[in-house]
Design a protein around this ligand. Structure first.
Ligand code: URA
Ligand code: SF4
Length: 266
């Protein structure tokens, strides 16, 4: 490739927001084990969902008959907060043993678009927020870069982001089928509470959770499908795109995101 063509190619990827074209940890990083700890603080707009304390009843009113416990605890809570409340300090599957924090989700609770990843990694487990480590930083650039490129004023805080399982699997292994089934009930409720116009599933695990289990992400990506009456676009997981020199994968992921954002917001 000529220098001119190479420069154009690099500019193209930079414009898409893909600054990290070929990520190989430096020797220094490898030696110090820092490879996967480059997460910065989450973008300012994203904080774990806080629940407002329930207001105390006025003192001069006799207390009304106590509502059933489920009703009492769902008062003043948004639909997503009710789900979070139901998850509680969950021990429903074995993943609870290795987690520090349950990573519920982040972003706009009324988003028209929901991104679904696999499960929290070390950075997410530490911060309690999805996609804040290296893969998360690439996801941010993919979202912001795509929208910028197609002239949309949409940025990461405008969408909603969550994972199939809410607790970090040990050694970053893929969640197992039973874990996905148990935790998936919360994912499905989350999506139904948000009622987005479309869903973008990131990678094979999320695709398996929502779509036909037997088909790999390479086959699925780029083609609209459907879950519960909502359009679903499968694409590659940002971790996969970080895993080596893969310009074709990045180009395809950009095409997929362009399709999704155009459908949802244009
Ligand atoms: N990978 C995921 O699938 N989810 C995260 O939240 C982070 C990395
Ligand atoms: Fe509960 Fe989901 Fe965590 Fe399993 S992964 S313990 S089901 S919150």
């Amino acid at each position: 490739m000529s220098e001119h063509a190479l420069r154009k190619q690099l500019e193209f990827y930079r414009d898409l927001g893909f600054e990290e074209l070929f990520v190989r940890p430096s020797e220094a990083e490898q030696a110090s084990g820092l490879e996967d700890s480059t997460a910065d603080a989450a973008p300012g707009a994203e904080v774990p969902v806080q629940r407002a304390p329930a207001p105390a009843p006025p003192l001069d009113e006799p207390p009304a008959a106590a509502p059933p416990a489920s009703e009492a605890s769902s008062q003043h809570l948004s639909p997503l907060q009710v789900i979070q409340e139901d998850i509680g300090d969950c021990t429903r599957c074995r993943l609870h043993t290795g987690r520090k924090t349950i990573v519920f989700g982040s972003g706009n609770p009324n988003a028209k678009l929901v991104f679904i990843g696999e499960g929290p990694g070390a950075d997410e487990d530490a911060q309690g927020l999805p996609f804040v480590g290296r893969a998360g930083q690439l996801l941010t650039r993919m979202i912001d870069g795509t929208c910028e490129r197609i002239g949309l004023p949409i940025r990461r805080p405008d969408v909603y982001i969550c994972n199939v399982v809410k607790c970090r699997p040990p050694e970053n292994r893929a969640p197992e089928l039973d874990e996905m089934e148990i935790c998936g009930q919360f994912l499905f409720r989350q999506v139904k509470a948000i009622q987005p116009k479309a869903i973008c599933v990131l990678g094979g695990t999320a695709a398996k959770a929502l779509l036909r289990p037997g088909v790999g992400i390479t086959k699925l990506r780029g083609n609209w499908t459907e879950w519960g009456g909502i359009r679903v676009m499968p694409t590659y997981h940002p971790s996969y795109l970080l895993r080596g020199y893969n310009p074709e994968g990045k180009r395809q992921a950009f095409e997929d995101l362009k399709e999704v954002f155009t459908y949802v917001y244009k």
